[in-house]
Design a protein around this ligand. Sequence first.
Ligand SMILES: NC(=O)c1ccc[n+]([C@@H]2O[C@H](COP(=O)([O-])OP(=O)(O)OC[C@H]3O[C@@H](n4cnc5c(N)ncnc54)[C@H](O)[C@@H]3O)[C@@H](O)[C@H]2O)c1
Length: 393
Amino acid sequence: MNPTKNRISRREFGKTTLLAGAALATGATGVCGAEPSPRRIRTGVIGCGSVSNSYLPNLNQCPYVEVVSLCDIKPERAKRQAERFKIAHHYPHIDAMLAGEPFEFFINLTDMQQHEHLNRQALEAGKHVWSEKPIANSLAAGQELLALSRRKCVRLWGAPIVVQSRQFAFMARQLAAGKLGRVAAAHADYGHEGPDWSAFFYEKGGGSMPDLAVYNLTSLTGLLGPARSVMAMLSVVTPERTVGDKDRIQVTEEDNSMVLLDHGNGVISHVQSGFNYFNPHGHDGSQETRHTLSIVGSDGFMGLVGYDWAPLGVDLATKDSPKMRRDETDARGYVWQQGASLAAEVLSTGKEILLATPEHALHVVEIICAARESSATGRRIPLTSTFKWPVVV
Ligand SMILES: NC(=O)c1ccc[n+]([C@@H]2O[C@H](COP(=O)([O-])OP(=O)(O)OC[C@H]3O[C@@H](n4cnc5c(N)ncnc54)[C@H](O)[C@@H]3O)[C@@H](O)[C@H]2O)c1
């Protein structure tokens, strides 16, 4: 390791984690009593498709990570990314990856339907796990994974990390300070014309909720508290699509969803997502400047500028200060794809800098499953899961 290079990159990377790090450094918190030892965490990444192009540069810049192996069931993808990102080992199957070059941290970037069983296999092999969303396909399965991780004395985390942004922290602080008065309602939406590269987004276990609404559901429950019950209407607007990996496919999961959440104390929110939303900016979050999330109360209004996964600021108007004012326009290093790098920092330093918790991710999984049940039955579905709230920003 080049110490000079390491010092510079560590300082630069530190900028991205100041928010959480300064407030939440709680000292050594090893897993099952083990003391953390500062080191680069030997890491294996499974799934070398689209999102790996965002994760791998971030991981390669992170001073707490050493990516030692890649894996993809399309072996040419693992080989290509290994060459591009200078990673020594690549494998065509998880069995070969787990039996190959030793590592301790497993990052799962595969199809949504594959996460649950691959996460289980990695946990059983004693690996810490970071999973793209969802961690599992049902609350019960996710809770089993969490119990397994505790038995194995390893950590389990899942995307998204929307609660990590400066803008989320700003909004949470306004709410905690009562700036909006009696909070009543919130709305959030996220949509585009749908991914055109892989069929899994539209097949059982896919859909616009686990792919898109998951961000808004995490933000709104993070800001307003765990939901107590859910009502929803879902539909399929485009029943057939052409996608890169399978050509013509039937769309069986929702590509249009409206979900209502009851947060208790009269607070109701609404999350809208879909794969049939014309969007002049396509998948490019940096160009979105409208409010995609808003919260209103008796004394104020707050609107998040841009997407919650790539926020650009927060607009606030209150009775005391009714002229809309924009705050937190600087991301200060936050990027949506840094969750696994932050998890590696936790493993290396023992500092609990990650605000995203598996319990919160599983609460959102339960909301998504409940929305499906509500839409199918026309009933309001009570929820059983919760997470530690408020999120301490
Ligand atoms: N594409 C994005 O910009 C983006 C952004 C945020 C989150 N995500 C999430 O990331 C995940 C992957 O999305 P993507 O767009 O990269 O999909 P993708 O289809 O481009 O890539 C998925 C890769 O996983 C591989 N794979 C599938 N099953 C596997 C298995 N059992 N073992 C090993 N490899 C396997 C596939 O061969 C493919 O190369 C999804 O959960 C998605 O919701 C994607």
